[in-house]
Design a protein. Structure first.
Lengths: 272, 286
């Protein structure tokens, strides 16, 4: 039988999915054990026990100096920035994307501008943001928005243009106004596509967040990683990276769930 | 129920002449089928009736008034594909026309107005035989059922003119027969003038009161796009079909008055039809 026709069974499928994770874990444990056997004070690949110590120290007990639980303080600060930035990007891209995709005048006005603006490298304007907006939350959130919004605007404008012309004509023959078409025909069909766009934007969003936090911040997951880097504290960095990965994965999963629950028609309509 | 008049209509794209010298009087409640080879401009003609395209020269009037420059509710339409909205249920698709009509700025109805609209939409759905599918999404319907839904959706706004762009072209022959019967009945019952583009001559002569053939009569060997298509044939279908009257030449009539769900000839693949009633069903042979 050809390889393209061979389907794994249910159990095999689950096993295969877990396998790469197990291999990475095993490789890490071997490497860590070898290095620690060589030098018990090695910092590069800490043992699992030191991770447990770190998590206990940072996530489960209060910082003796400030009384905060650092892990959750960092997580909260980062997530607030991320959610505010994602909400602003979503709102901007939804309004502008639909307007550009649907209204020829707005497309003529904004199309080229958004196209050029989306090519501005966000990290290159970060110093400008710090100079203009100061080192507070505004500059970090603005960085993420500048990084995400232009791409999402273009994506949603394309999705809007992709809607069959027949649908727009049909809506007009049913007596719809422009606003009626936007909110009864276009918006409901763009929302599930927005969730797709948002899922793809999560990666860049975290990238810009951590970059901004690394440079100027007093809390946040990215801030902490770059802070303890000075002490080669891999026992902090690695759990933080894993935690960020888990958060990003859960957000992606959540968005996918929302898409299938809130828009049950979408999966079938997409393949049709 | 409206007369359509087309006077000296031309359509050109840059140097390319698509249609030229089209003059046509369509009487109220006529069912006109437009036929012709691919690329002869019959769909372009329909788009101009819909105001999706603007004629280069000439004018189109409905009941003596020039048509609006954009699609309006007086002209309903059913396309071959993408006629229904994938994000709305069957009921929602039919309801949408009423919501656009009466729902004001937000195109939504509430309370008694909504209940009344739902009742009207259900009546329309029963009329096309989709009553028990109202909660489904279009992607869950067969092609024939989607087109029946598209007809219901277009007719709920009571358009004067119904424009059909190869609406049944993608359907299986059996399903097509059913939907022809439905189309015939709707044309008889609703006060509409129908213009249908089709490439199926049997369909054209089977449904229409008048068949109009477009063709490019002249061909310039140097510049093939120099001359556009004109009306080559204008055939009145005989025996004459008159809306609202059963054809005297057909016994029994094509659409016998049966129960609503079986008013169209049931096909064997239609999930709307319970077992034992389908046309090819073995249970009926005895």
């Amino acid at each position: 039988m050809r390889a393209i026709n061979r389907q794994p069974r249910r159990g095999t499928r689950a096993l295969l999915a877990v396998l790469p994770f197990v291999i990475v874990a095993i490789l890490y444990l071997i490497g860590s054990a070898l290095r620690l056997a060589d030098n018990p004070t090695d910092k590069l690949l800490p043992a699992l026990s030191s991770f447990a110590d770190t998590i206990d120290r940072m996530a489960l007990s209060e910082d003796p100096r400030t009384g905060d639980v650092i892990w959750w303080l960092d997580t909260g600060a980062s997530l607030v920035r991320l959610f505010v930035a994602l909400s602003i990007s979503t709102l901007i891209s939804l309004c502008l994307g639909i307007a550009i995709g649907l209204l020829p005048h707005v497309k003529a006005l904004m199309g080229a501008f958004v196209g050029v603006f989306s090519m501005v490298p966000p990290l290159a304007v970060l110093p400008i943001l710090f100079i203009v907006l100061g080192l507070g939350e505004a500059s970090k959130i603005t960085l993420i928005v500048i990084g995400l919004a232009p791409v999402m605007i273009r994506d949603l404008a394309l999705r809007t243009e992709e809607l069959p012309t027949q649908q727009l004509i049909k809506a007009q023959t049913l007596g719809a106004s422009t606003f009626g078409i936007v909110q009864r025909v276009v918006l409901p069909q763009i929302l599930p596509r927005l969730l797709d766009s948002l899922r793809l934007s999560l990666g860049p969003a975290w990238l810009f967040l951590i970059a901004a936090e690394a440079i100027a911040s007093e809390s946040g997951l990215g801030y902490r990683i770059f802070l303890v880097r000075r002490y080669l504290a891999m026992d902090v960095i690695l759990p933080y990276v894993a935690w960020i990965t888990l958060l990003a994965f859960l957000m992606d999963l959540g968005l996918r769930r929302v898409q299938s629950l809130a828009f049950p028609w979408f999966a079938a309509a997409r393949t049709a | 129920m409206s007369a359509i008049t087309i006077r000296n209509l031309w359509k050109e794209y840059d140097e390319r002449v698509v249609l030229e010298r089209i003059n046509l009087e369509i009487e109220p409640r006529a069912f006109v089928a437009l036929v012709g080879p691919s690329g002869c401009g019959k769909t372009t003609f329909l788009r101009m009736l819909l105001s999706e395209e603007v004629p280069t020269r000439g004018e189109i009037t409905i009941d003596g008034k020039p048509i609006a420059g954009e699609p309006t509710a007086e002209r309903g339409v059913v396309f071959q594909r993408y006629s229904v909205f994938p994000h709305l249920t069957v009921l929602g698709n039919v309801l949408l026309g009423l919501e656009f009509e009466r729902g004001g700025f937000f195109a939504r109805l509430f309370g008694a107005a909504r209940a009344k609209a739902i009742a009207e939409a259900r009546e329309m759905l029963a009329c096309v035989g989709l009553a028990e599918h109202e909660k489904k999404y279009p992607a869950q319907l067969s092609g024939g059922m989607q087109q029946r839904l598209a007809l219901a959706q277009a007719l709920i706004r009571k358009p004067k003119v119904l424009l059909l762009d190869e609406p049944f072209g993608a359907l299986d022959p059996g399903i097509r027969g059913e939907i022809h019967a439905l189309m015939r009945r709707l044309w008889n019952e609703e006060e509409i003038t129908v213009v249908m583009v089709t490439h199926d001559l049997a369909e054209a002569f089977g449904l229409a009161t008048r068949v109009i053939a477009f063709e490019r009569p002249r061909f310039d060997p140097v510049d093939g796009d120099r001359y556009g298509a004109v009306i080559k044939q204008d055939i009145e279908v005989w025996p004459r079909r008159i809306a609202g009257q059963a054809s005297p030449h057909k016994t029994p009539p094509a659409a016998p008055p049966l129960a609503p769900s079986s008013e169209t000839a049931p096909g064997r693949d239609d999930p709307a039809i319970p077992a034992g009633l389908g046309r090819d069903d073995l249970a009926l042979q005895a």
